[in-house]
Design a protein around this ligand. Structure first.
Ligand code: ATP
Length: 248
């Protein structure tokens, strides 16, 4: 098996007396498309923030492309794209100013892709020059996705990237993810509660429960295994059934 891009060894994280991550082990390998699932408050955002080194852990280690996440080189940082759950855009800038700012930070920036996404996702001249603070939640989420895709990341971490998008926005985003990102061999970790979206893009599913990855595997294998255990059932088992079974 190829060397993991992300290697998480026994990380823990408490908030006050609340344990959130508890000796968690996880590996992400090149080219994997992993859907990260768990109940509200299970710790998905915390895990993704620790994975990226944005949040300190209480113990354990995280390595990305072989480097300790606490000391990532600029070259490695430039290979990673991140769409956070809560907008972290510079809301006093306009979309155009913000994208120009990020373009200057990255050694590689795909102008053609950024311009095509801006045009396809409704960022006309007027909207590109409006302060980000005045954009709607969904418009900010689209912009956050465009910013993350600009440097053509090799590892893309998405924390509920479609939660504010309308159905057309979600479809456009999934199409971009499937055609523009995954086909180029990008490794993707994607947390969401919209299971139908996940079924369209994710090949692997990982469940976070009690501070650990309790189950991970190919979506089809997990469904097949759960069907086998359930014996004869009138209805085919869905990812929703599996989610309920695994996370309760
Ligand atoms: N900065 C913080 N201070 C205190 N508690 C926190 C903090 N951040 C998260 N938590 C707690 O840690 C737990 C995990 O939160 P997290 O946001 O990682 O969950 P999640 O799985 O992403 O949830 P959701 O599906 O609702 O987005 C929650 O109980 C939350 O209240």
């Amino acid at each position: 098996m190829n060397t993991p891009i992300v290697e998480i060894s026994s990380i823990s994280k408490h908030f006050g007396s609340q344990p959130v991550l508890n000796g968690l082990e996880w590996q992400v390998r090149p080219g994997q498309i992993i859907g990260l699932l768990g109940r509200n408050g299970a710790g998905k955002s915390t895990l993704l923030e620790c994975l990226l080194g944005l949040r300190e852990t209480d113990g354990g280690s995280v390595r990305i492309y072989g480097e300790d996440v606490r000391n990532l080189s600029d070259a490695t940082r430039a290979r990673i794209g991140y769409v956070p759950q809560k907008s972290d855009l510079f809301d006093w800038l306009t979309p155009r100013q913000m994208l120009d700012y990020f373009k200057a930070l990255y050694p590689r920036w795909n102008d053609a892709k950024v311009d095509a996404l801006l045009a396809r996702w409704g960022f006309d001249k007027l909207m590109q020059n409006k302060p980000i603070s005045k954009l709607s939640g969904g418009e900010q989420q689209r912009l956050s996705i465009i910013r993350a895709l600009g440097p053509d990341p090799e590892l893309l971490i998405l924390d509920e990237p479609v939660s504010s998008l309308d159905p057309v926005g979600r479809r456009d985003f999934l199409r971009e993810l499937i055609d523009g990102v995954i086909e180029h061999g990008t490794t993707v970790v994607f947390s969401t509660h919209i299971l139908s979206d996940l079924e369209r893009v994710a090949l692997d599913i990982a469940f976070l429960k009690d501070g650990k990855i309790t189950l991970q595997g190919h979506l089809d294998d997990l469904l097949e295994g759960a069907r086998g255990q359930a014996g004869t059932r009138a209805e085919p088992l869905s990812l929703e059934d599996l989610f309920i079974e695994v996370t309760q």
